[in-house]
Design a protein around this ligand. Structure first.
Ligand code: PLP
Length: 419
């Protein structure tokens, strides 16, 4: 029985069109992934009915005995997965997790130092219209012009000059591995705390295939829905000394009741990531990114920093005489979804930047490997080199649709049952 279809066909029509879009197209947005049917079931479960303000054993509502089990499982698994002393699994999103950390470690007006948005940073690391930029004095560091790697001389210079109370490492569009110990050294020199926002590469850290920030940082935040492959949500890890203040800044600081259905999804996600198969998956994500980057570079595109060491690449499309907006549209017409993105030192505007950001986590979840990346890279080049050619796009679109039938999305069976 499909209850949504029965009771609300308007909503069902949109959901079913989205199922089709996800199945028939190539999802290459670096921050997206496909959750397992088990996670989807948890997120659609009766736990959505339950209020559970507080923490396991100390709730402000009765009837929490079962959701307490779920939250304890999620916390214990998160700590085991990342080797952390403390975990708070309640943040509704990555932004909420970051907001709670700022409330815990800073007073309004204090200085924080984060990666410039235009160089791959995130909104919550100091953008002036975000709560970070509104409440705090935000200064930034960037990447070097010659190799587009984080400019640690500039990080140190900014830190010495502005004496931030908090330094933030982590990025949304940075294709290289981040050496966290270098940030720790600088933070120690100026007496700052270090927060690492590993939202993008948390899955690589969980699989021990990326420099690990948990040991060196005071606090680590992440989303759970990118490489980690869980439900859309957030997580905070920290040294035990921060447990009390972080708990109180998540609730009642920035949130009311936790989303217990999503916490259950996170518990399942961490359980999945603890299995050996997950490490194999992440290794494939990285191998796929290298194969795709090589294909695109061989076809004449410019890769920011010259390549990738993680799950994503930033591609400068201007050598083909087009901008990022045209590239996003051309690829979209072929059923290939990416997002346009500023590249460091971009001379174009955010609404039509020079680049696109491309990632391999979602396609790898569908079982695609290096060979498939080469095929897809070929389609991308053909699409971009014929950016105004609707007939070429229609032809590639059909090839993509046919190709996708061989790689069902994990939701397919579950949704077929719903149908
Ligand atoms: N931090 C980083 C580095 C991110 O890339 C993102 C999302 O893209 C976030 C935080 C925010 O996550 P959310 O969209 O869940 O608020």
């Amino acid at each position: 029985m499909n209850f949504i279809q029965e009771n609300d066909p308007a909503v069902w029509n949109a959901i079913s069109a989205e199922i089709e879009r996800q199945q028939d197209g190539l999802e290459m947005i670096a921050s997206e992934n496909y959750t397992s049917p088990a996670i989807q079931q948890a997120v659609g479960s009766v736990l959505t009915n339950k209020y559970a303000e507080g923490y396991p054993g100390r709730r402000y509502y009765g009837g929490c005995e079962h959701v307490d089990v779920v939250e304890d499982l999620a916390r214990d698994r998160a700590k085991e997965l990342f080797g952390a002393e403390f975990a708070n699994v309640q943040p509704h999103s990555g932004s909420q997790a970051n907001a709670a950390v700022y409330l815990a470690l800073l007073e309004p007006g204090d200085t924080l130092l984060g990666l410039d948005l235009a160089h791959g940073g995130h909104l919550t690391h100091g953008m002036k219209l975000n709560m970070s930029g509104l409440l705090y004095n935000c200064v930034s560091y960037g990447v070097r012009k010659d190799d587009c790697r984080i400019d640690f001389d500039q990080v140190a210079k900014q830190a010495r000059e502005h004496k931030p109370k908090l330094i933030i490492a982590g990025a949304s569009a940075y294709p290289r591995e981040i050496p966290h110990a270098k940030f720790r050294e600088i933070a120690d020199e100026v007496g700052a705390k270090l927060m690492v926002d590993m939202a993008h590469y948390a899955g690589l850290v969980a699989a021990k295939l990326h420099d690990d920030p948990v040991e060196v940082a005071d606090v680590v935040t992440t989303t759970t829905h990118k490489t980690l492959r869980g439900p859309r949500s957030g997580l905070i890890l920290a040294k035990q000394e921060y447990a009390k203040v972080l708990n109180s800044r998540v609730f009642p600081g920035v949130q009311g009741g936790p989303l217990m259905h999503v916490v259950a999804g996170k518990a399942i996600c961490f359980g999945e990531a603890l299995k050996p198969e997950y490490r194999t998956y992440i290794q494939q994500v990285k191998d796929n990114a290298v194969a795709l980057a090589e294909t695109l570079a061989a076809g004449g595109l410019n890769l920011v920093s010259g390549g990738t060491e993680n799950h994503l690449m930033l591609v400068d499309v201007t050598p083909l005489g087009i901008g990022g907006k045209t590239a996003e549209t051309a690829l979209g017409a072929c059923g290939i979804t990416v997002n346009m993105n500023m590249i460091p030192f971009d001379e174009r505007k955010p609404m039509d930047p020079s680049g696109i950001r491309v990632g391999t986590p979602a396609l790898t979840t569908r079982g695609m490997g290096v060979e498939e990346m080469r095929t897809i890279g070929g389609w991308m080049l053909e699409s971009l080199k014929n950016a105004e050619d609707a007939a070429a796009h229609a032809r590639i679109r059909e090839q993509v649709r046919e190709f996708c039938t061989g790689f069902p999305v994990p939701a397919a069976e579950l949704n077929a049952e719903l149908d």
